[in-house]
Unconditional design. Sequence first.
Lengths: 85, 417
Amino acid sequence: MMKLLFRLSMSIGLSLSLGACSFYNATGEAFSMENVEPWQRDVLAQDDMQLDPDAMRTFADEHIYFSKEASTGGRGVGGGGCGCN
Amino acid sequence: MNNIKSKLSIASCTLLGGTAQQATAIENSWDLDSSFLYYSEADDRVEIKKAMAFLTGDISAEDTVNVNLVLDTMSGATPTGAVRSKNSSVSFSSASGAGSSTVDGGSVDRVNFSDTRLGIALSWAHSQDRLTTLTYGGSLSVEKDYQSYGASINYSLDTEDRLSTYTFGFAGSFDEIYRKTDGTPEPLSKVDDNNIFSNGERYAYDFIVGVTKVLNRKTVGQLNYTLSYSDGYHTDPYKVISEVNLVEDTGTGEFAWAELNRYYEARPDNRLRHAIFTSMAHQYGESGETVHASYRFYTDDWGVSSNTLDLTHRTPLSSTSYIEPHFRYYLASAADFFVHSFNNTDVSTPITLPEYASADYRLDDSVGVTAGIEYGTKLSGGDFRARIEYINWQYEEAEYDETKALVLQFSYQKLFD
């Protein structure tokens, strides 16, 4: 059952990755560079366009992965440690 | 007007460390985000209930403060690093203060624990002028066998066109590590000898340099480099390593590890880490679907290197709700000193111990996959979010070669003018 879930997770991830890649290839706009005037930043100002749109979720995830994995860091500095099991 | 200006400012603002909450709150005087998280591992292993509250407020036109409170309740069982032997009887101190107990073979490879952790973090962001912000932070984390104190400072500089932000940050922390019942065991000493040293201490220093850039009207990207150095006690005082001999069960004919001795683990006294982290947010389509993607490369002088990919895709269901699948993939190499056990093929000869060794599954070659989904909607003037995720970690050699976890989280955020 768990192996099945693992494979399912991989499939979902692969689909998301492929979807994202094909999307970028199809539109070609994600990485295009352009000057953006202040009055053109309506989309960028939306909550879901922030690089960290849900600080609470990110904080919780960082704690989980910090506790369970040997790698950490990258997003920022600061915050308390823990003696995690 | 001030609201719009603030939002435009946010759009080009670097979101690093504690500044994320700050940026969200600028558009309103006060922002309260509360959350409950339930984390449960299969096979009656670790269970965590986490309550969190983040309060962010503007105390002047130039100053924003942020208070984070976290209360964790942890219980369950965690692998000790010992093999699942049927032929041993040893004394072992439980993790996080469950006391010392004698456990007859078969269950010594995992130990029950319970603990409560209180974490508090404060930050104060001050706008020096139109383009620069200094953010000061402090944190405290206390549990029965671990205490951590930290401080940080971040400097961010916007370009004149507010399309790029450069960030520099430094953080320092001091941790004290011990077992509730006593201090810390002598590294690589026999568990039976019960040689106990004083509490462990560790200092850590983190540096970050980053840039955030608006690429176009619908894309913003970020690139960070972090360097971390820690010095002091890095060993886990509860983790052990078995000295084993392979024996055949005369009844079944199967081979199994027979445990001869058990040693406390030992890790190096310092660690140098590097991480390169990049992320982006992009919106497309008429309905405003948003993709968040991030990638991190990590390496350290313990021999651990990893690649981490994280993807979310948010699809609006209406003007007030959305659904967001999440996928994360983690692939890491083992630490140089990771061992499954000390294999003694000649039981009449004492083994030669290495300088450092650990059987902690987290230092093994590993792959982790997360798949989940989040639903968000407006509710009673605030934002409600609920998510469910499944995490599976698999390890190459560790005695416990798999960890399976379920995550549930419910959050509610309210803005107060």
